[in-house]
Design a protein around this ligand. Structure first.
Ligand code: PGA
Length: 220
């Protein structure tokens, strides 16, 4: 099977206790992850659960890596409330930047997002950059582009896999970024149809990542 990336986006869900329980339940599906060659699993969790999750992942020897859902556009310093790339790097390897919910509810602009990418790369994080369409700007340094049509996020409606593949192919050509993933209501029923497309290197499930069994059913 080709290399593929399954990135769970928990959004603003799960306490430390709940996150640990999720990992313990996922550990029952460990064989499912270990037996899938080319499968890379990332969980993007709220900042405060990352450190305890890292410990629990090591304890359970789970083949998953962690990501944050945001990063400060500034380095360490007098920026009250912000979490810098350097702080994230101690507990996670990936970061999601530009999610449509950040753009919508926190009015994040292309200029701000480019600064976040810069800080994340400076800290050595791998960046998954979310865009709503093929016309979106993509800053330099991005590792993976996530195409997430706004109408498909959390609605139960998915983009046609061939249409998603053509958007990702266009974005890859335009930017030179080599990996592209699709997000928007991905489920166990639809995951394989997306991964079957040559231009789609993985998926970004939100809702389907919240339950460990539902998440494990995406490991195809
Ligand atoms: P969803 O979320 O799978 O619940 O649609 C995906 C996302 O917003 O990243």
């Amino acid at each position: 099977m080709k290399p593929r990336l399954i990135v769970g986006n928990w959004k603003s869900n799960k306490t430390v206790v709940e996150a640990k329980k999720w990992l313990q339940e996922l550990a029952n599906s460990k064989s499912l992850m270990a037996n899938r060659e080319g499968l890379q699993i990332v969980v993007c969790a709220p900042f405060i659960v990352l450190a305890p999750m890292k410990e629990e992942i090591a304890k359970l020897s789970l083949p998953i890596v962690l990501g944050a859902q945001d990063v400060s556009p500034f380095p360490d310093g007098a920026y009250t409330g912000e979490v810098s790339g350097r702080m994230i790097k101690e507990v996670a390897d990936w970061v999601l930047i530009g999610h449509s919910e950040r753009r919508k509810y926190f009015t994040e602009t292309d200029e701000l997002l480019a600064r976040k990418v810069h800080e994340a790369k400076d800290a050595g994080l791998s960046v998954i950059y979310c865009v709503p369409d093929a016309e979106a700007q993509v800053p330099d340094g991005v590792d993976v582009i996530a195409y997430e049509p706004v109408w498909a996020i959390g609605t139960g409606k998915t983009e046609d896999p061939k249409a998603a593949a053509s958007v990702l192919a266009a974005l890859k050509t335009k930017t030179g970024v080599e990996k592209g993933i699709y997000g928007g209501s991905v489920t166990a029923e639809t995951v394989a149809s997306f991964l079957a497309e040559a231009a789609i290197d993985g998926v970004l499930p939100g809702k389907a990542s919240l339950d460990p069994q539902a998440f494990a059913s995406l490991f195809v």
